[in-house]
Design a protein around this ligand. Sequence first.
Ligand SMILES: Nc1ncnc2c1ncn2[C@@H]1O[C@H](COP(=O)(O)OP(=O)(O)OP(=O)(O)O)[C@@H](O)[C@H]1O
Ligand SMILES: [Mg+2]
Length: 279
Amino acid sequence: MFDNPLTDKAYQVGSKTFDELLAVESVEVSYGPIRALYGISLTVGSGETIALIGPNGAGKTSLLNAVIGMRRPSQGRVRWKGRDITGLPPQQRIRLGMALVPEHRRILGTLTVEENLLVGAITLPRRLRQTRADELMERFDILGRKRSQRAGLLSGGEAQQLAIARALMASPDLLLMDEPTLGLAPLVAAQVFELIDELRRSGMTLIVVEQNARRALESADSACILRTGQIVEQGPAQQIAARDDIFGSFLGDTPVDGDAGSPDGRRQTGQAPTKSGHD
Ligand SMILES: Nc1ncnc2c1ncn2[C@@H]1O[C@H](COP(=O)(O)OP(=O)(O)OP(=O)(O)O)[C@@H](O)[C@H]1O
Ligand SMILES: [Mg+2]
């Protein structure tokens, strides 16, 4: 993410070297008169995990939406494997190898677990959908056991597994995760982080938006801290984790041991939560 990232194709983060996969260049996003992102530039390397953290309203979701194509930037460009994809709609980006686990999961509660996987993979050739869904229901065995159950009956942790499995249907190169542990009990949140670690070990590239900043940094190569639509800090995750000033000031502090924050799993950013996150 560093060392003149927009011109070097390979760059160092700590002891690791990454090849550029995605580049966000001077991206601005607005909602009518409200500016959500001011000139964001960020490079993501193949196999890199970036923790994207920051207080409520910082623009984290807006940035993920600009990457996946759900929000067209008013300025700036997005490049994928060297190609300008700024004008491409989400479905084409998904075909190119991106996937999003959206904020609040957005699973379809009236459909079964299996149907959620199948309809979530519209970019996959029809003949491959069932095979891939079967593979994922084997890998996430709770989803296999509940394949015929309505997804609306799943627990929060199970629903999050379904949201992640659905995003994995098309075997993405880059997985964007928007607050995957929000609203989950600490033990369940810890399992989600274990899954993130597993995906990371498998070589997948990840951008993880997390309110549990300390735990997210443990599972990341680099960190990017957003505040009021701007990147205020970025660096190797270990270096950012050692910066007490960052945690003391605006991120709030959370215990390290896989704990999702307060007992009910709500965010602890030092600000009033804007949403409950409960399922
Ligand atoms: N659909 C929308 N219409 C108008 N304003 C929006 C919309 N979505 C986001 N915003 C505004 O854009 C800014 C950034 O919001 P965004 O959701 O990207 O932040 P965030 O960091 O994901 O916050 P949170 O931690 O609460 O999820 C905020 O000021 C927000 O109010
Ligand atoms: Mg958000």
